[in-house]
Design a protein around this ligand. Structure first.
Ligand code: KIV
Length: 265
């Protein structure tokens, strides 16, 4: 079995082949996700909400992330595994290096994800210069929920959109090798995807990014309350978890997900 690496994902972007990404937090679901042929698994700090029952991702600790990342990497075989750097675990470049070291050495992550743009550039340079692969995360930043005042679309209008584009280019220049764009207008996501050489993965960002990511529990309809409009419940039509995961991978690859009803203008 050929393992997915960042070079595989770069080649997929170059060929216009869509990248299927999903979150996972444990071994059981990871086995199912691997069987469905997922390219990338994200151990997201969304686990704070969908697994731990918190109202936001803020309470998630580095030890929580290490524990769940290890649950995933212990059984994953093919997918590239990314682990989130939780809130306040990367306030300085030194702290970020310590957190990333734990996620990679104890958790077995292949890459770490950091929310934020300009304020994170020094940290991204610090990590990537020390062999830590970094995925950026722009648009809606769940760790900044109290500053943002709600889970709403980001980057509407020339000024806000231009700032996200500038941050995206800055992250790539700082050494980030992948980017997640969350809840931004589809036109902006398409422009950023064209402007960057690194793979851009969207969530609520339209169909023109290089790939898609969804929170596992959301796409299985397990999260009943407050499911965002960009989510599709794949289990509702498929009646088995394996069927739902296969349908999601197929829909991403064939560009039938996200549809216009899942997309922001
Ligand atoms: O934590 C998470 O699951 C994420 C995705 C929403 C991209 O960051």
């Amino acid at each position: 079995m050929t393992k997915i690496t960042i070079s595989t994902l770069d080649r997929m972007k170059a060929k216009g082949e869509k990248i299927a990404v999903i979150t996972a937090y444990d071994a059981g679901f990871t086995r199912q996700i691997e069987k469905a042929g997922m390219d990338v698994i994200l151990v997201g700090d969304s686990l704070g909400m969908v697994v731990q029952g918190h109202e936001s991702t803020l309470p998630v600790t580095v030890s929580d992330m290490v524990y769940h990342t290890a649950n995933v990497t212990r059984v994953s075989q093919r997918a590239l595994v990314i682990a989130d750097m939780p809130f306040m675990s990367h306030a300085t470049p030194e702290q970020a290096l310590n957190t990333a070291g734990r996620l990679m050495k104890e958790g077995g992550a292949h890459m770490v994800k950091i929310e934020g743009g300009a304020p994170q550039l020094e940290t991204v340079r610090h990590l990537t210069a020390r062999a830590v692969p970094v995925c950026g995360h722009l648009g809606l930043l769940p760790q900044s929920i109290h500053q943002l005042g709600g889970y709403c679309v980001q980057g509407r209008g020339d000024h806000a959109g231009g700032a996200i584009l500038k941050d995206a280019i800055g992250l790539q220049q700082a050494g980030a090798q992948m980017l997640v764009l969350e809840c931004v207008p589809a036109v902006l996501a398409a422009e950023i995807t064209r402007a960057l050489d690194i793979p851009v993965i969207g969530i609520g960002a339209g169909v023109d990014t290089d790939g898609q990511v969804l929170v596992l529990y959301d796409m299985l309809g397990v999260t009943i309350e407050g499911v965002p409009s960009f989510v599709h419940d794949f289990l509702a039509e498929e009646h088995s978890i394996q069927g739902a995961l296969l349908a999601y991978v197929k829909a991403v690859k064939e560009r039938t997900f996200p549809a216009s009803k899942h997309t922001f203008t």
